[in-house]
Design a protein around this ligand. Structure first.
Ligand SMILES: *Cc1c(COP(=O)(O)O)cnc(C)c1O
Length: 372
């Protein structure tokens, strides 16, 4: 065979077109348009008179168009699926969720005219189910939170669809070095502050994706900031962090929607976490109520977990006479939990007495004192 014929053979066979890409290019354009219409979220700085020497910042992720930090994740997961060629024209999107991610994904599925099926525990709040359906998504409810993974995988296989799989892909679908990820946004918004480099960032874990993004970014930017992850009851993250065992699992589900999991999710990265605290559910919900009163609007349960963890760190810092900045997140709004966390009957039915924690928190935030 001569070298010539390698170049001239088969010239009459046309090269393949990129027909599939016409849809992908339109889809990317629609997602970029949505991003361009959106502003960054606020970093608010409430003042607590008892916390002398400390500045507290709350990154308010409740103001995204779909009401939670999962807006960022849903956008990243959909982009990741399109850019990997897994999401095409007409692909059914399927997700396992405790609700917030599914609400945000339903929003993006509607923008892209794709069918969407959310697999969620039956205990998911009515407001989230309604939001998903309003965005044109379908809800498939299962009895136990540990059943969502298999059900989602099965439905994706049956429909020839794409399982977005937030619990696996959250940590890698987000650009870890920047691209306005939540960590880059927080640290940029801190630049003009008295203490521009926070001592601690406190965050709860659902997928673990947000804490992974923040922990990696701290290391990448070579900052002395430490990351504390807070966990809840009926969740394996804390035990796994302490023991190093990633195989622990349990049957029941977390009562704090969005965080705490029955298995150690692949996106949970313990190696970028400096400290973990387990917060009782009654303390999470007490902190949710206390913070909501002080910032004049209702926050969700996981924000309470975050805020309680932040207060624990603040108490320790004051005890050690240290000064500096502490950052945590408002993950979603309390409007989604009117029937549950904000309903005194629900608290009673679930055996949650928040009053002692409310008193402790009020005293600490007003006076800095831990004891009456
Ligand atoms: C998902 C979620 C979290 C936790 O964020 P991850 O990045 O998944 O760990 C916290 N609060 C709410 C309301 C959530 O939906």
């Amino acid at each position: 065979m001569s070298g010539d014929s390698l170049l001239t053979d088969d010239l009459d066979i046309a090269l393949p077109a990129c027909a599939e890409r016409a849809w992908a290019r339109r889809a990317i354009g629609l997602l970029q348009g949505d991003a361009r219409r959106s502003a960054d979220t606020h970093l608010i700085k409430p003042v607590f008179p008892g916390l002398t020497g400390l500045s507290v910042y709350l990154k308010d992720e409740s103001t995204h168009p779909t009401g939670s930090l999962k807006h960022r994740l849903a956008r990243s997961l959909v982009l990741y699926g399109i850019c990997n060629g897994h999401i095409r024209e007409g692909t059914t999107l399927v997700e396992a969720s405790s609700g917030s991610t599914a609400v945000s994904e339903a929003y993006f599925a509607r923008i892209l005219h794709l069918p969407f099926i959310a697999v969620m525990p039956r205990t998911t709040s009515r407001q989230k189910i309604e939001a998903i359906e309003r965005f044109g998504g379908q809800c498939h409810l299962v009895e136990r939170s540990g059943e969502v993974y298999e059900a989602a995988q099965r439905i994706a296989a049956e429909t020839g669809g794409h399982y977005l799989d937030q619990f696996t892909f959250a940590e890698r679908a987000t650009d870890w070095r920047g691209n306005n990820n939540i960590a880059e946004s927080i640290f940029a918004q801190m630049e003009n502050e008295e203490h521009p480099t926070p001592e601690w960032v406190v965050m709860s874990a659902g997928t673990g994706g947000t804490s992974a993004t923040i922990g990696r970014y701290i290391r990448y930017r070579n900052l002395p900031t430490r990351l504390c992850v807070v966990d809840v009851e009926n969740s394996v993250f804390y035990d796994s962090y302490v023991s190093g065992d990633r195989t622990v699992s349990r049957d029941d589900g977390s009562r704090i929607e969005g965080i705490g999991r029955p298995r150690v999710e692949p996106s949970f990265l313990p190696t970028v976490i400096d400290h973990m605290i387990r917060v009782p559910d009654a303390a999470s919900l007490a902190a949710m109520h206390v913070l909501s009163k002080r910032i004049f609007r209702q926050v969700g349960g996981s924000t309470g977990t975050n805020f309680f963890g932040l207060c624990r760190i603040a108490a320790q810092m004051m005890h050690e006479k240290r000064e500096g900045a502490l950052v945590t997140l408002i993950c979603d709004s309390g409007a989604r939990y009117a029937d549950t966390y904000y309903n005194p009957d629900w608290l009673k039915e679930n055996g949650l007495d928040i009053a002692p924690y409310v008193d402790q928190l009020e005293r600490f935030l007003d006076t800095g004192r831990l004891q009456a």
